[in-house]
Design a protein. Structure first.
Length: 836
């Protein structure tokens, strides 16, 4: 047998031996003593005892150890009899775990995953805490009257919390040694028992405060451990299949490292093999810390995480020990897990802006400049209508003079309400030329919704067409677009207008139940459209946009086309989306801007004129990328409305990091929410990098690849993106609970007919079975009058009672697991979510 073969013996658990020791002659007077022990018969603390005794025999010869009075078999007999006699105590312990393990959620870390599976799934990396940092840490722990074990464990929890993007409650496993009696200290055997430790982290507290709380939790769990691991798991009502109850483990260093150092001092090179490297690892991360030596070992499953990601995690842990050792009173939310070198890499090497030279100017000025370059080129097309650049500009100027005659001044807010067509573009351009701010209203939205938006932004004038003017008679006078051939067509300057002036206000879904008006300046949108050449916008292309003009990417399509001399083709959505391939071919479209959900229904084919597909508004799947790669250039744009539509983009090639919450800054950042200063302060934070500037806190979880690419991983709260629209599920829920019969409600995303859709579950007061359908219809009408169509649920289910947790809150996880088929057989479908 070779040395390598003995590292991976084929143990048979029902046969001896479970320990194999072989001496190998390496030649030249060198020998190797190789020991492999199955973990079934020894734990790490016992390894320390084993090595100590082995070293003692090596120095002093056989017979130098004292006789052993207690064996592991004696402990097993004692434990079995004790458990049988302490039934009442066992029941008390089970009740503790049943209460302690309620409302537990799996922990998901945002770390880079390998592109290929490794042959050996388990990898071990090591690090060492510096002597100075270890001394500071020890002093801090002593001041908090905590053990080193509790302190290192608490720091591990903090790091997991940070790398899970702030998950407040989760379970981490640890090992209970069951060596409660001093006579068991030097007994060799398997005394370890796994315990699931639930931790709850409040970011507003300091680490010292959290450590005190966690110490109490730790003591309680260790006190109530007179039950088996299987019994504990049963109380949590979770399965033991797969990776078990928890995927992350922390264990104290039981190996006597001083013994290893003594062996080294006698010229014996040592390497401990704590478990077989070719087995299936039970845990994603297993962290071991030796408090005395500062030696730290991280074992991880490299089927799930890259070695560089694990190294980053371990380095962050060492950095965290150093930071909290010096300042344990730092607030948890202020703890950074980004090391100095990584910080330098992110800020100086990966943070970059476009190198395209842009003018800081008003948006309409860019259009006027393009009119002079290409006056007779076609600017816009809608069905059988079209306008050249000079015609578009002249008509917009006529509308400007109409607005001025109505008393519109610089800074006023003008509401627009148009169906699809050239009127939308004319209205937007005219309002900007007049120095005013536009707010687009969807004619199909509930009248109440439109009136609330008009009132919120104090709109002075409504610009619309005759078929919609009657709707707004109560709110403000509507100015109807007619033939305006008799008005002046020249451009003119508006006094006081600057790039810092507001260009438009768009409303996005709000978590409080109230939509938020996002205010966008000229300089922000102007910066974006001047960079849009990278998306394929240029003088000789035809761009198709089927987006709603209340969807902010529509503004990008309009002005990216008009400022680059391209032709913008727009059409009625139901006609264009009805046969997109036909529209692409017949209209000779070169650039198409769609959401991934729309692209997914377009047959993959070779479209001779189609060069670029710009995708935005939703996460894009790998299969969709693979299907279209080679047919067109795919450009993926990303950004929230608060950062003026899109703030980053990449040309997708089909290729696949450490992660966290995303923050955005720069010239495209908007100036906050209309009339909602508290929300603005909460979301737009002072930049830690550039004084006097702000950054916007996204709700998105992203991974930052080493090459600078950003991977979108989802949203941290109840905001979702459906058909390109940001939707706060809280707003849907809050609206439905305002109905007189609704007691409480939950809004979730479910898959209906292979597509994501909003589903609401409602608990109503005193609704009998015979009136159930009538109640659903009433709720449907109620929501349609108060929410835009894209926010109306696809399915409304009325239940006698919603599932709740032990504290009375709605259990959203249980709601998502409910069988929709059981409820939807007699349920009428509500209007489908509108495509953007």
């Amino acid at each position: 047998m070779s040395l390598v073969q003995n590292k991976e013996p084929n143990f048979k658990l029902d046969h001896l031996p479970l320990l194999i020791a072989i001496i190998f002659n390496l030649g030249s007077g060198d020998w190797a003593f190789n020991i492999v022990i199955h973990h079934m018969i020894i734990d790490e603390a016992s390894l320390g005892v084993f090595f100590y005794d082995l070293f003692h025999i090596y120095l002093n010869g056989p017979g130098s150890l004292p006789e052993v009075s207690i064996h592991y078999s004696d402990f097993c007999d004692w434990l079995s009899k004790t458990l049988e006699c302490r039934i009442e105590l066992r029941e008390e312990h089970l009740k503790f775990w049943a209460h302690n393990l309620q409302e537990t959620h799996p922990l998901h870390l945002t770390l880079a995953m390998p592109s290929e599976r490794e042959l050996v799934p388990i990898t071990q990396i090591e690090a060492k805490i510096g002597i100075g940092a270890l001394e500071h840490y020890t002093k801090g722990i002593n001041a908090a009257t905590a053990t080193p074990f509790a302190g290192f464990f608490a720091m591990y929890n903090i790091l997991l919390h940070k790398y899970s993007s702030g998950q407040p409650s989760f379970i981490v496993g640890t090992a209970s040694t069951q060596r409660n009696l001093s006579v068991l200290t030097n007994v060799v055997g398997f005394f370890t028992k796994m315990l699931p430790m639930k931790t709850e982290i409040d970011e507003t507290k300091t680490f010292s405060e959290y450590l005190i709380e966690f110490k109490s939790t730790l003591i309680a769990c260790l006190t109530y451990d007179d039950v088996t691991y299987e019994n504990i798991v049963a109380q949590g009502k979770l399965s033991l299949t797969g990776r078990g109850y928890f995927k992350h483990l922390f264990v104290p260093g039981g190996m006597n490292m001083e013994t290893i150092l003594q062996l080294d001092s006698h010229h014996l090179k040592t390497k401990s093999i704590l478990s077989l490297p070719n087995g299936e690892e039970q845990y994603e991360f297993l962290l071991t810390v030796h408090p005395k030596s500062g030696h730290v070992i991280l074992r991880f499953d490299n089927h799930l995480y890259t070695k560089s990601a694990a190294r980053q995690f371990l380095d962050a842990y060492i950095s965290l020990v150093e930071t909290l050792g010096c300042d344990p009173n730092i607030t948890i939310k202020d703890i950074s897990v980004v090391g100095a070198s990584e910080h330098e890499h992110l800020i100086k090497e990966l943070s970059f802006t476009s190198d395209i030279a842009v003018q800081e100017t008003c948006l309409h000025k860019l259009v006027e400049a393009q009119v002079k370059k290409t006056p007779h080129f076609t600017a816009v097309k809608f069905e059988d209508q079209s306008l050249m650049f000079t015609e578009l500009n002249a008509t917009a100027n006529r509308i400007v003079w109409l607005l001025i005659q109505e008393g519109v001044r610089q800074g006023d807010v003008i509401a627009l309400c148009f169906d699809h067509g050239i009127s939308q573009i004319l209205g937007i351009l005219a309002v900007l030329k007049a120095g005013a701010t536009f707010i687009p209203l969807d004619p199909d939205d509930p009248t109440l919704q439109k009136e609330l938006m008009i009132e919120e932004c104090s709109a002075k004038v409504l610009l619309t067409t005759s078929n919609h003017s009657h709707v707004f008679q109560k709110s403000l006078a509507a100015k109807v677009l007619k033939r305006l051939n008799w008005l002046i067509t020249d451009d003119f300057e508006v006094e006081g207008l600057s790039p810092s002036s507001l260009a438009y206000i768009m409303f996005t879904s709000g978590s409080t139940g109230k939509p938020k008006g996002v205010m966008i300046k000229h300089r922000s949108i102007s910066n974006l459209v001047q960079n849009s050449g990278v998306y394929g916008f240029r003088q000789d292309v035809c761009v198709m946009s089927s987006l709603a003009y209340t969807f902010d990417p529509f503004v990008v399509d309009v002005f990216s086309s008009l400022t680059h001399g391209a032709t913008l083709v727009t059409g009625r959505k139901e006609l264009v989306l009805g046969d997109i391939p036909k529209a692409i071919r017949s209209l000779q479209i070169n650039v198409l801007h769609v959401t991934p959900s729309i692209l997914a229904v377009i047959p993959v084919d070779d479209y001779p004129m189609l060069e670029t597909v710009v995708i935005a508004g939703e996460a894009i799947g790998k299969k969709l990328i693979q299907d279209w790669t080679g047919h067109v250039t795919l450009c993926n744009m990303y950004g929230p409305m608060e950062a003026t539509v899109d703030c980053t983009s990449c040309h997708v090639t089909g290729s696949a990091l450490s992660g966290g919450k995303l923050y955005i800054g720069g010239i495209q950042l908007t100036c906050g929410y209309l009339n909602q200063p508290e929300l603005t302060v909460a979301a737009f934070l002072l930049s830690p990098f550039i004084s006097s500037e702000h950054i916007y806190r996204m709700g998105d979880i992203t991974l930052y690849h080493s090459n600078g690419n950003i991977e979108y991983c989802g949203h941290v709260d109840h905001q979702i993106k459906l058909h390109g629209q940001h939707i706060e599920l809280g707003e849907v829920k809050d609206t439905i609970t305002k109905h007189s019969t609704a007691k409480c409600a939950a809004a979730v995303i479910c898959i209906i007919q292979d597509a994501p859709a909003i589903v609401t579950f409602v608990e109503c007061n005193d609704v009998s079975e015979e009136h159930l359908e009538e109640e659903k219809e009433a709720l449907k009408v109620f929501l349609s009058e108060r929410l835009p169509r894209f926010m109306c649920p696809s399915l409304i289910t009325v239940l006698p009672q919603l599932p709740s947790s032990h504290n009375g809150k709605i259990d959203h996880d249980a709601v998502k697991l409910m069988d929709l088929k059981a409820f939807s057989l007699k349920t009428k479908k509500v209007s489908k979510a509108k495509a953007a």
